[in-house]
Design a protein around this ligand. Structure first.
Ligand SMILES: Nc1nc2[nH]c(S[C@@H](C(=O)O)c3ccccc3)nc2c(=O)[nH]1
Length: 280
């Protein structure tokens, strides 16, 4: 199970870690883009040294209530970072965007994967992803970040809602000429889901293997952990390591996290048990 990512071969025969690199102004306390850019590169370098297989670059804060960022602003935030990650660090970079123009431009700059929390639902996104030739992660979200937490009631079970949604998006991708083998799936923890929904969905994630596609899990520092444990955002690492070990056993292959080094250990330890052998 490997993915061809712009010259990188991402081997998903075993679980891997994706480091989060937010380049939104609200993710930096300091001023100025150059400080931001240098800080971002140093952060990425450390995550790669800590064992991250790839870096996920996001320029649009999907925080509920965040003002939508213009295409121009998103491009200004992510392009310099993607360009330098690829050219200076030789990194495998995924772009966390729903914007087709950002997909096209970052693919041209050497991004190796598209990570879209809106599962290519925006106008032009399917075509941009198809043209890029890159692997695409399709994530389940109900509604939009602004509204997703207002109505978290589902007509059917959460797991059925997610399976139905992802099946439809896979079909849309195939119809747009995106080969199934280029796809990854993500249940979208925290996107329009209550704590109960998230826990129930997490417990049933193995059901998604029916699609026979790699699963990406993104629970790092999320309110699912905060609500379950009563922990502030800076105190959610232990909770996420527990979640990560469970998902390794359930066959997930890519973990999108802020804390790379401890997560690499959790993934490698859980994988050693499942393989009954050491893996590094
Ligand atoms: N594939 C994939 N991409 C992702 N991008 C994000 S942004 C999220 C966060 O907390 O990082 C977030 C949500 C709301 C506000 C700010 C940040 N979450 C995922 C995920 O769960 N899966």
């Amino acid at each position: 199970m490997s993915l061809e990512c712009a010259g990188h071969l991402l081997d998903l025969s075993r679980p891997r870690v994706m480091g989060i690199l937010n380049v939104t102004p609200d993710s930096f306390s300091d001023g100025g883009r150059s400080a931001t850019l240098d800080a971002a590169l140093r952060n990425a370098e450390q995550m790669l040294a800590d064992g991250a297989a790839m870096i996920d670059v996001g320029g649009e804060s999907t925080r509920p209530g965040a003002t939508p960022v213009s295409t121009e602003e998103e491009l200004e935030r992510v392009c310099p970072v993607v360009e330098r990650l690829v050219s200076e660090l030789g990194a495998l970079v995924s772009i966390d965007t729903s914007n087709p123009q950002v997909m096209r431009e970052t693919a041209r700059l050497g991004a190796g994967m598209i990570n879209d929390v809106r599962a290519l639902n925006r106008d032009g996104a399917l075509e941009a992803a198809a043209d890029s030739g890159l692997p695409v992660c399709l994530m389940h979200m109900r509604g939009e970040p602004d509204t997703m937490q207002q109505d978290t009631h589902y007509a059917q079970s959460i797991e059925q809602e997610v399976r139905t949604f992802l099946a439809a998006r896979i079909a849309a991708c195939e119809a747009a000429g995106i080969a199934r083998e280029r796809l990854l799936l993500d249940p979208g923890f925290g996107f329009g889901k209550s704590l109960q929904d998230n826990l129930r969905l997490y417990h049933r994630m193995a059901q998604l293997h029916e699609f026979n596609l790699p699963l990406l899990i993104g629970t790092s520092r999320k309110s699912m952990i905060g609500n379950a444990l009563g922990r502030a955002v800076e105190d959610r690492l232990a909770g996420n390591l527990a979640l990560t070990a469970l998902a390794v056993r359930d066959g997930a292959r890519l973990f999108r996290v802020h804390d790379v080094a401890p997560t690499v250990d959790a993934v490698d330890m859980a994988w050693a048990v499942l393989q009954e052998g050491t893996i590094r």
